[in-house]
Design a protein around this ligand. Sequence first.
Ligand SMILES: NC(=O)c1ccc[n+]([C@@H]2O[C@H](COP(=O)([O-])OP(=O)(O)OC[C@H]3O[C@@H](n4cnc5c(N)ncnc54)[C@H](O)[C@@H]3O)[C@@H](O)[C@H]2O)c1
Ligand SMILES: [Zn+2]
Length: 377
Amino acid sequence: MSLALCGERSERAMQRLRLELKAEADRSYDVLVGRGILNDLHKYITRIGSFSSYALVTDDFVRPLVAEALQANLRSHDINSELLSFPPGEASKNMGIVLQLCQQLIARGFDRKSLLLAVGGGVVGDVTGFAAAIYMRGIPYVQVPTTLLAQVDSSIGGKTGVDLPSGKNLLGAFKQPLLVVSDPDVLNTLPVEARREGFAEIIKAALIANQELFFLLENERTHLLETTDDVLESIIAKTAEVKCQVVSQDEHESGLRRILNFGHTLGHALEAASNYSLTHGQAVAAGMGVAIQLSQKWAGLSSDDADRALRLIQSIGLPTGLPGNVNSASLLSALEKDKKIQKNICYFVLISKIGQAVIHPITVEDLKGSLDKFATN
Ligand SMILES: NC(=O)c1ccc[n+]([C@@H]2O[C@H](COP(=O)([O-])OP(=O)(O)OC[C@H]3O[C@@H](n4cnc5c(N)ncnc54)[C@H](O)[C@@H]3O)[C@@H](O)[C@H]2O)c1
Ligand SMILES: [Zn+2]
């Protein structure tokens, strides 16, 4: 997969990444990243095929911010679309919303040649992708991510799904989009907390697979949360490229894709053990902090690299250690529940240097010893 700058006169400058799916090359797709490119959405849609009808699916918050203008823009280029929305937030990531969406599509006569466009954050992307996976046994969809997390992570790779009361993402399907269109200009309205959530995943990608991205983040670290310019575009493109490369090699997470779980094995356990009082980004950051320390012990990470990695996470206001009210016993029990411990072993994603991930088995006893040490540090 290559990163090419498209400089055609009639087209805005952008980074065109390609997610290659080797098993079925015709399902490979472009991930476009560029400031202002949503103004040309009609062109990109026309290029990927002809469709019987179009629906922009969004949440009630993003609807007036982005989706209504997008619908008007498409209409001015003779693409008429329906605009469907549901309440914002994780609470909407459920089967009820998917059913409601499918019923709205039926009522409007949507068929197998219709196109859905997910305009929103990860919740909108996951719900719309899942609806696209099951509506009439599958219809095409496009991702138009509007949060930083969605632009660098959730819109790419085809994991879709919803939550059940007993846990997150328990119902789902792999359903790759036809195209991802990420315009960093829509992030100008994003609150700083949401940016931080995105940067947790960006730092993760740098640590596991892209040293150059790490250096860029390190250089910019004093004002990362405020960047809105070409540097942000470059950061988004580089992070999206990591995700594209990993998914290209392992679409269904049977091997390499597991490295994307850096900081997440413990992060998910922390989210559960803290009763979801930590955000996903905070929990992943703390999980990365612990994984970085485990990496020094088990993967030969130098103390210089470890310090730099921890400093970068801290510089955007994210934690790198376990919260005081979480102990090793509750974490181990959350890891057990999450089926992360099998035959007394937990497989951890560690880093041997900045930009290089390794998967390492750690016994429960060793893990407990390390966690106890981190908790008392
Ligand atoms: N499918 C995957 O591979 C994958 C990967 C990571 C995370 N996820 C999922 O993504 C979800 C989290 O995504 P998220 O953080 O984008 O959350 P989100 O979709 O809930 O968006 C967060 C909030 O930001 C608002 N928002 C969206 N765009 C905005 C904008 N441009 N300006 C201002 N506000 C805006 C939304 O209305 C919402 O209130 C979780 O459900 C998680 O499980 C999926
Ligand atoms: Zn994550």
